[in-house]
Design a protein around this ligand. Structure first.
Ligand code: NAP
Length: 259
C-alpha cells in the first residue's frame, strides 16, 4: 500500500460483494486507509468469515449485512443500516456480479435474466439506495462500478455479462451527468483477469484457457486484487476529484491485443 494511511479517515464506504475476490481486496484497502467500510452480499457465512479475517489480520472493523442486490427494498434496508452504523456513506463500490460461460445459442432466458438482474439492475438498485447519503457526503459522493473489458468489445460465450456490464458503463455515464450537480462522481473500473478470484477460476482456468489468456496479456501476467483496489483509491480519493463518467482499465494492456 503506497497511500498515506489516513486518506479516507472520516469517510465511509459500502462495497457490494466485498467478502470475496476483488471486492475483498477493495475492502481491505479502503479500511486500511481509514474508511469505515460496510459490505453486503447474500451469504452470511462469507460475510462473517471476511469480517473476522479483516479484524484478525488487518485490525479493520468491517460492518456487514446480508442482502441481494436484485431486491430494491432489501438492498435499500441494508445500505440504510450500514450508512447509519458507519456515519453516512461517501463511497459506493458496485462490485457484486454473477457470470458463467455459455454460448448464446444455448443460453436460457433464466440465465440471461439472472445476470442482467444481478449486474445491471443490482447496480441501479444500489445507486438509488445510496443516493440520499452520497448527496450529503462531505467532499462529494463517489460511485465506482466494477465492469470488465469484455463489455467494450462484445463477449462471446458470456453475452449476458457483456451486455449487463455495457449497461453499467452507460449508467455510470448518465449518472455522472445527472448527479454531477450533487457533487457525485461516477466512474467504472474495467479489470482484466485478476488472479486468485472466482472470475478467473471459473471463466478462464476451468475452461482450460489460462495459458492462452496469459499469452494475450502484453504485460505477461494476471493482475493482483490490489491492482484493482489501488484504482479504486485513485478514483475515490483526492486524486480523482475532477474525474467523472470515466473508465479506468486495469488489464496489463490486454484489451488492445485483438490479434
Ligand atoms: P466473486 O468473488 O464471485 O465476487 C462476486 C461477489 O458478488 C461475491 O462476493 C458474491 O457474494 C456477490 N454477489 C453475487 N450475486 C449477488 C447478489 N445477487 N446480491 C449481492 N451480492 C451478490 O468474483 P470476482 O471475480 O472477485 O468478481 C468481482 C467483480 O469483478 C465482478 O463485478 C466481476 O464481474 C468483476 N471482474 C472480475 C474479473 C476477475 O478477473 N476476477 C475480471 C473482470 C471483472 P454472495 O455469494 O455472498 O452473494
Amino acid at each position: 500500500m503506497n497511500f498515506a494511511p489516513d486518506i479516507f479517515a472520516g469517510r465511509s464506504a459500502v462495497v457490494t460483494g466485498g467478502a470475496t475476490g476483488i471486492g475483498w481486496y477493495i475492502v481491505r484497502m479502503l479500511g486500511g486507509l481509514g474508511a469505515n467500510v460496510g459490505i453486503v452480499s447474500r451469504k452470511e457465512e462469507n460475510l462473517v468469515r471476511a469480517s473476522e479475517q479483516f479484524k484478525a489480520e488487518d485490525g479493520i472493523d468491517v460492518a456487514w449485512r446480508t442482502g441481494d442486490v436484485r431486491d430494491p427494498d432489501g438492498i435499500k434496508k441494508a445500505i440504510d443500516e450500514l450508512a447509519n452504523e458507519n456515519g453516512g456513506l461517501d463511497i459506493l463500490v458496485c462490485n457484486a456480479a454473477g457470470n458463467f460461460i455459455c454460448p448464446t445459442e444455448e443460453l436460457s432466458w433464466n440465465g440471461w435474466r439472472t445476470v442482467i438482474e444481478i449486474d445491471l439492475n443490482g447496480t441501479f438498485n444500489c445507486c438509488q439506495a445510496a443516493l440520499p447519503y452520497l448527496k450529503n457526503a462531505g467532499d462529494g459522493g463517489r460511485i465506482i462500478s466494477i465492469s470488465t473489458t469484455g463489455a467494450n468489445f462484445g463477449w462471446p460465450t458470456a453475452a449476458h455479462a457483456g451486455a449487463a456490464k455495457a449497461g453499467i458503463q452507460n449508467l455510470m455515464k448518465s449518472l455522472a451527468v445527472e448527479w454531477g450537480g450533487y457533487g457525485i462522481r461516477c466512474n467504472w473500473i474495467s479489470p482484466g483477469p485478476i488472479k486468485g478470484t472466482e472470475g478467473v477460476d471459473r471463466l478462464i482456468i476451468q475452461q482450460g484457457m489460462a495459458e492462452k489468456v496469459t499469452k494475450s496479456i502484453p504485460l505477461g501476467v494476471f493482475g493482483d486484487g490490489d491492482d484493482i483496489a489501488n484504482a479504486v483509491v485513485f478514483l475515490a480519493g483526492e486524486t480523482g476529484k475532477y474525474i467523472s463518467g470515466a473508465e479506468l482499465v486495469v488489464d496489463g494492456g490486454a484489451q488492445w491485443n485483438r490479434r
